[in-house]
Every structure is written in structure tokens, then in C-alpha cells.
Design a protein around this ligand. Structure first.
Ligand code: 3HC
Length: 706
């Protein structure tokens, strides 16, 4: 009894029984909570005084759905299972009203869908986000939602996975009553109950329905639009099947179909990968020794040094979060250009409906510019985004040290440089941190938070808290060349360019990796970032590849010819009229470099291309992990998912390696080392940690520096 009390608070008032979930923090429908709900449903069923059960929450939110951490364990199947609980609510002989607060997601909404009536407060979010976890709503959602609202809308809502507001839900017929605020709940409930009392709940889900022609057409059109976004995914297709086929069946059969499709998706590698990504993003925010209380530095005003594209992109994040931001540049003309660029970007966001007109005005009002360091003396956080050169950055930090207030956070956006050497020039190195944004900084979700040997706990904790405020996915990393993301991209890009010398066409390399699921191929990515930028990054790390003449030899040769990528309309590809085309001249150039270096050209397979690029990525990841630059393999995955376009349904390079099996990866790397002669010998030596884990039959995830 005490056990069930911990999960549900039960109270009867007159003919109403209130069953309030209280499983902190978000009422995940774990085994114990399901048992408690089931138990109190029995209590209410047996109590002749009870005529209606109100299912609600004692916490802020109604429910975040099934407990994802239970998936695949015995507890997730243990009765009452979530589908069985929903069925029981659906069949319950007395009225059931769900009173939804803050959000009802996944299984949480499915519980509410099984009830006879639903009321929700205005700001509530309702959604079935299972698709983001590689599964489909598996507790009746795929069958009850399309029977309650327009079936194509229901399918689209499940395929998108995005929650909708209570007001939208009411318009669709998903919610019966929308409350202005939670204070009105009691009165609204009584009113609703008054209208129902004395009648019997009608079950509208039992029968089969025909999918109307216009509904089917709307769903087909939507599917066509989504072709690119759904690439590689299983569950959106399963959702469409569940809706279109299930609608035509009586509920019992339709639910059985849902179960079959759910089990099939749940057992897939992509479901494991997507669920790994969900937890990895939460875990990445946890840094040992750093607690919530450490995040006490208030950030009310931000300054950004450098008004280039990066500085502008970074500024937009803060402006959109309503934080006053001052852009500093010694060049007045550059500042004017930057202001115009920021205004144009915000305007375009407003015109596309991404932000309201009011938000646009507020963001513009929050922007200020300055040419003098004295003007940023009040900033709580300063982010340096100047040219990627150690001496230049050090001179900026000396100025910051001189002018900024004592507890200001002094951040650098460096993507490769030694942050300890930057902190060294300050009298307060404990205030120095790296905040590495990814270009375009107002769009890319990732923020690498680089901790030096001396960064203080409040500076780190406050930076992590800030990341959430500006809607970034933050990962804390240590100092090394390129940190985690760019250090790993070096071997990935090395292989991509080397294979062109070995005879692969650039488009063949890009297509293979896009087929693997990367948002972009490595060669087109180099053209977009700038061939000169790639060369600079290679030169900054020259000691690592000394003696390897083929290392980025094609990029250096292209730079020599002024082919700097998209910005000069020619890089590896040509961009006549902006359209990307393979350039035979580059194939000739690659061939002549290969000849001069004694590299024999041959044909390469898609598998070899993928293996050489992706295994190199993971191999470097294991080195980073072993050196403690990343805390966990999941952190590396989060970086690649949010900053480098790695397919989320593969979970990231480390999860991909785990899914393949580390022994397979080890054997693959050893074969490449053997088969590629002296080149292979040098570049495919296996990271010691990978070898150890593979030989002891362990996974990357099993290793942690925490
Ligand atoms: N299962 C397990 N743990 C969950 C969870 C879930 N469904 N939802 C949240 N949590 C955990 C988080 O991991 C976190 O744990 P931590 O404190 O140990 O890190 C804690 O709850 C709080 O979560 P957040 O830090 O994310 O809190 P926020 O307030 O920022 O966000 C949220 C809350 C919007 C609910 C967000 O956590 C979320 O989107 N959760 C996932 C919702 C979801 O996908 N539900 C569907 C589940 S699958 C399902 O229901 C299957 C069914 O159809 C059969």
C-alpha cells in the first residue's frame, strides 16, 4: 500500500475520485506508477460512491510518457503494461476524465486519449513524440487518435513528433475543454461532470472506419514532402501503415497491428540509436563536481568581440533569447555591415514566421555596437570571435582582462587553438572558457564548452545553464587541437581527400557518405567551409602529419589555383550558376598529384569509402576518450549529431561502432592497416582503448571518465 501511495495520491470527494500521479520529476509511466494507477482504478471501480475518475498529476506536468529507460527490460513488459492500462481506462465502466497540466507526451497522452473526456490548461503541450525515439505510439495512440480527430492530421502529428498547444488540440477535437489557468480546473471539472453525470460513457473507438479519399490524398502528399527527412528511418512509415491499415479494422485487431509494428521498430538498431541520443544529450549536461548551485553567475548582458559572420551568428542567439548584446569591432564600417546583416537575418526569420513581429522588434532593440573596450565593462559574458590566430586572440584577452568587470566570464570561440595559452595572458584564468559555436552559429545546435585546466566551477556551470537559455545542445570538453569535433574531422577529411588521389571521384565519396546518412558529403562540406580554411586547419596541426606528403595535397593544390570552394565558384567542384558539378580538371589534377606521389589509382567501393571515413572518425574518438578530452562516448556522439550532420538514427560515430560491434571495427581497422601499405600502417593504427574494449568484449558506452 505504501508503495502505491508513493506514486499516486488517491482521494474521493462525493461521487468523484481523484487519481493524481506523483512520480517525480515528470511522471514517466514506469512499472510502479502503472501498478499504482491500476490499483486505484480498482479501488474506484469497487467503490459504489464513485461515478467518475479524474486522472491528473500532483506535479507540474501530467506525464512525459513511457519510461524510456525501461525499454527492453522485463519491467517494460510486466503487467499492467502501458497498452493494457490504456485499454482498461478505455473499457472502464465509469466515467474517466483526464485533466492535463503542462504537457502530456507519448504514453502520457495515450492514457488521456483512452479517457472519455480531456481538459487541459491553455499553455499545455500535447504530443506523440515516439518517432524521435525510433518507435511509434504503442499504447493505442496510433488507433485512438485517428478515430478521435481527422486521420491524416493524426498521422502527421505522430510522424512529425512535435507537440501541439491545447488550443490547437481543442480545435482538432482532441481536447474537450481548454482552461485559461489551472485555478479554473475545479470549476471546469464540475461543470463537465454535471453535463455527463447520469449518462453512460460512449465508446467511440471500437468500430472500424474508412479512410476518406481526401484524407488519404493529404497523407500521400505529406509523405512525398517528407522523403528527404525520412531517409533511413523506419518508424514514420510504420506510423502511416498503422493508421491507414488499422483504421479499417475493429479496435482489437487494430491494436494488435500496432503492437506488431511497435515491436518491429523497437527491436531495430535505429530505435537503440535514437534512444541513446536522447539520454546522451541529457547526460552531456552532467559534469562531475559541478552542481546546479554553481551556476550562480547571472548573465544579463553579453558582449561579442569581432563582427564577422561568426560574431553576428553568435549575437543572434542572444538577441533572440532577449539578452542585451553589444557587438564590438575596431572597424566602424564592419560594425555597420554587421548590424545590417543581423537585421536582415532577423527580418527573414520574421517573414518566414519563425519569430513573431514583437520578438523581431525586441531582438533589434537588444542589439548595440561599440568600438571601444571601455563600452563593454558591464558585460557579464564576453565572447571573442576574432581571426583564428593565437597572437591575435591573446591580445584581445589582454584587453578583456584590463576592461571587463571582475566576475565577467571571458569566452573564446576558438575552434582549434590552445585555450590554456589564451587563459595564460589573463590575471584571472579561472574566468576563461571556450564557447565553440558552429557555423552558421544562429542555426547549428551544438555548443562545445571547452574547460581549461583552471576554468572555475561557477564559470563552467553558468555557461552550461546559459546554453539551455539560448537553445543550444552543450557538451563539455577538454583542451586539445580541435577539441572533440574538429580533431575528429581531421582524419575523416584526410581519408575523403586521400581516396580521390587513389582514384575515387569526389561525387562518389560524397554520395557514399550521404547514402550512409550524413547530411553532407565531406568534399562538398570542404567546399562550403572554404578550401583555404581546410588548408589553414591542416597547417595548424602540421606536426601530426609531418612526412605524409599526400596529406590534404589536393586541398593545397586547389588553394594554389585560387579554387577556394563555393565562395570562388570553384573548389573541388565547379559552381557555374551556383549549380554544383564534378570538374574533370580536378580529376586530372588529382591524377597528376597521385602520380607524383607514387599513388596507384584504382576503383574504390562504396563500402571502402564509408569504412575508411567513419572508422577513422570513431578511432580518433576512442583516443579522445582515453585521453579524457571527452567524458563519455555519448558526449562525442552528441557533438557529431548536433554539429556535423551525423545521422541521428545511427546514434553518432561511437554508438555506430558499438552497434557494429567493436570487434568488427577493430578487424576493419586492422585490415585497412595491412592492406594500404605504408599509408595504412601509419594512419590505421588502432586506438589502444578501442583494442582493449574489443578484446574484453566491452562497448564504448561501458567506458567512462566520470
Ligand atoms: N523516460 C525516461 N526518462 C525521462 C523521460 C522518459 N519518457 N522523459 C524525461 N525523462 C528524464 C530525463 O532523462 C531527465 O532525467 P535526469 O534528470 O536524470 O537527466 C528527467 O526526466 C527530466 O527531464 P528533462 O531534463 O528533459 O526535463 P525538461 O523539463 O527539460 O523536459 C520533457 C521534460 C519535455 C518531458 C523531456 O524530457 C522530453 O521530451 N522527454 C521525452 C518525452 C517522450 O519522448 N515521451 C515518449 C516516451 S516513449 C512512449 O511513451 C512509448 C509509448 O507510446 C508506449
Amino acid at each position: 500500500m505504501s508503495e502505491v501511495n508513493q506514486y499516486v495520491d488517491y482521494r474521493r470527494e462525493g461521487d468523484m475520485a481523484f487519481l493524481s500521479m506523483c512520480h517525480a520529476p515528470v511522471n514517466t509511466l514506469c512499472y510502479e506508477l502503472r501498478c499504482a494507477i491500476d490499483h486505484y482504478l480498482s479501488v474506484a471501480e469497487q467503490d459504489d460512491n464513485v461515478q467518475v475518475v479524474v486522472l491528473r498529476s500532483n506535479l507540474v506536468a501530467f506525464s512525459a510518457g513511457a519510461d524510456i529507460s525501461e525499454f527492453g527490460t522485463e519491467k517494460s513488459f510486466a503487467e499492467p503494461s502501458l497498452p493494457a492500462l490504456c485499454d482498461r481506462i478505455d473499457q472502464f465502466p465509469k466515467w474517466v476524465i483526464a485533466e492535463i497540466s503542462t504537457y502530456a507526451l507519448g504514453g502520457g497522452l495515450e492514457l488521456a486519449l483512452a479517457a472519455d473526456k480531456r481538459i487541459a490548461t491553455q499553455g499545455c503541450k500535447l504530443g506523440l513524440p515516439e518517432v524521435n525515439l525510433g518507435i511509434l505510439p504503442g499504447a493505442g495512440g496510433t488507433q485512438r487518435l485517428p478515430r478521435l480527430i481527422a486521420s491524416s492530421t493524426a498521422a502527421i502529428m505522430m510522424c512529425d513528433g512535435k507537440p501541439i498547444s491545447a488550443a490547437q488540440a481543442a480545435e482538432l477535437g482532441l481536447i474537450d475543454v481548454v482552461l485559461e489557468s489551472a485555478e479554473h480546473a475545479e470549476a471546469a471539472l464540475l461543470q463537465l461532470w454535471k453535463a455527463c453525470a447520469g449518462t453512460k460513457p460512449v465508446n467511440m473507438f471500437e468500430q472500424a472506419y474508412t479512410l476518406e479519399a481526401d484524407e488519404a490524398a493529404a497523407l500521400n502528399a505529406y509523405q512525398e514532402q517528407q522523403a528527404r527527412r525520412w531517409y533511413g528511418l523506419k518508424s514514420p512509415f510504420a506510423i502511416v501503415d498503422a493508421v491507414t491499415q488499422g483504421m479499417a479494422m475493429p479496435l482489437g485487431e487494430a491494436l494488435a497491428l500496432e503492437r506488431t509494428l511497435f515491436d518491429d521498430c523497437a527491436a531495430s538498431p535505429q530505435a537503440r540509436a535514437l534512444q541513446h541520443a536522447f539520454f546522451a544529450e541529457k547526460e552531456a549536461l552532467k559534469v562531475p563536481g559541478i552542481g546546479r548551485d554553481d551556476a550562480h553567475l547571472a548573465i544579463q548582458e553579453v558582449a561579442i568581440i569581432g563582427s564577422g559572420l561568426m560574431g553576428c551568428g553568435i549575437a543572434i542567439n542572444f538577441l533572440l533569447a532577449g539578452i542585451p548584446t553589444r557587438l564590438l569591432d575596431v572597424n566602424v564600417e564592419a560594425l555597420e555591415k554587421a548590424r545590417a546583416y543581423i537585421q536582415k537575418t532577423l527580418e527573414s526569420n520574421r517573414d518566414k514566421g519563425r519569430i513573431s513581429a514583437q520578438k523581431y522588434e525586441q531582438a533589434l532593440m537588444a542589439l548595440a555596437t561599440a568600438c571601444d573596450y571601455e563600452d563593454i565593462a558591464n558585460a557579464d559574458l564576453v565572447i571573442e570571435a576574432v581571426f583564428e590566430d593565437l597572437a591575435v586572440k591573446q591580445s584581445v584577452f589582454k584587453e578583456l582582462d584590463r576592461h571587463c568587470k571582475p566576475d565577467a566570464i571571458l569566452a573564446s570561440n576558438t575552434s582549434t587553438l590552445d585555450l590554456n595559452a589564451i587563459a595564460d595572458v589573463c590575471a584571472r584564468p579561472e574566468n576563461v572558457i571556450g564557447l565553440h559555436f558552429f557555423s552558421p552559429a544562429n542555426i547549428m545546435k551544438l555548443l562545445e564548452v571547452v574547460r581549461t585546466e583552471r576554468t572555475s566551477a561557477p564559470v563552467l556551470a553558468s555557461s552550461l545553464k546559459l546554453a539551455k537559455r539560448i537553445n543550444k545542445v552543450a557538451v563539455t570538453v577538454g583542451v586539445c587541437y580541435g577539441f572533440v569535433g574538429n580533431r575528429m574531422v581531421a582524419p575523416y577529411s584526410r581519408e575523403a581527400f586521400r581516396m580521390i588521389l587513389e582514384g575515387a571521384r569526389p561525387s562518389q565519396v560524397d554520395e557514399a557518405l550521404r547514402e550512409f546518412g550524413m547530411a553532407m558529403g565531406p568534399i562538398e562540406m570542404a567546399d562550403m567551409a572554404g578550401i583555404d580554411v581546410g588548408c589553414m586547419a591542416a597547417l595548424a596541426n602540421q606536426q601530426e602529419w609531418q612526412g605524409e606528403e599526400s596529406y590534404q595535397a589536393l586541398q593545397f593544390a586547389l588553394r594554389e589555383q585560387g579554387r577556394l570552394g563555393q565562395k570562388t565558384s570553384a573548389g573541388v567542384y565547379r559552381y557555374d550558376d551556383g549549380k554544383k558539378q564534378e570538374d574533370p580538371e580536378v580529376l586530372v589534377l588529382a591524377k597528376s598529384i597521385a602520380e607524383s606521389l607514387g599513388i596507384e589509382q584504382r576503383s574504390l567501393t562504396k563500402d571502402e569509402i564509408i569504412q575508411r571515413c567513419v572508422f577513422s572518425l570513431a578511432n580518433e574518438g576512442f583516443r579522445i576518450l582515453e585521453e579524457g578530452i571527452a567524458q563519455r562516448s555519448g558526449d562525442i556522439d552528441v557533438i557529431y549529431l548536433n554539429g556535423y550532420g551525423f545521422p541521428r538514427w545511427r546514434g553518432g560515430p561511437m554508438q555506430y561502432a558499438d552497434e557494429l560491434g567493436l570487434q568488427t571495427v577493430l578487424q576493419g581497422l586492422e585490415a585497412l592497416q595491412k592492406n594500404l601499405g605504408a599509408y595504412g600502417e601509419r594512419w590505421f593504427s588502432v586506438a589502444p582503448l578501442l583494442k582493449t574494449l574489443a578484446q574484453t568484449n566491452r562497448s564504448a558506452q561501458s567506458f567512462s571518465n566520470v
